[in-house]
Design a protein. Structure first.
Length: 116
């Protein structure tokens, strides 16, 4: 099995418009999706990410508060997924609750290995 990093982007604007009941239902769908991945031994880990952070950039190592970017670019969390290939990872990602929002994205990237 290969490992893939799923990055969850966007959907924050639409999410803020949900009622408390809708938020709870949405979070339940996340839990069900993650639980299903874990039960199938496809989950390698993952967590939501808080919006606060720092950005370190370039040779000068300029440190700024952030990230400050458009809502569709903000990374809201990640999952490490085990799949045979990227096509299978895409199919498994199609059930991700982040895609319930028009602006919700799932970026799927294979995790490589470092060669000395």
């Amino acid at each position: 099995m290969k490992e893939f990093l799923l990055l969850f982007r966007g959907g924050g604007t639409e999410r803020r418009e949900l009622s408390p009941e809708q938020i709870e239902e949405h979070l339940n769908r996340w839990q069900e999706w993650i639980r299903g991945l874990a039960e199938d031994n496809r989950l390698g880990g993952g967590q939501p990410l808080l919006p606060e952070g720092k950005v370190l950039q370039g040779r000068q190592q300029k440190l700024t508060d952030g990230p400050f970017m458009e809502g569709k670019e903000i990374v809201g969390g990640f999952v490490i997924l085990r799949a045979a290939d990227i096509e299978e990872a895409v199919q498994m990602s199609r059930h991700c609750p982040n895609l319930e929002f028009e602006g919700g994205l799932v970026e799927i990237r294979e995790i490589g290995t470092l060669h000395p």
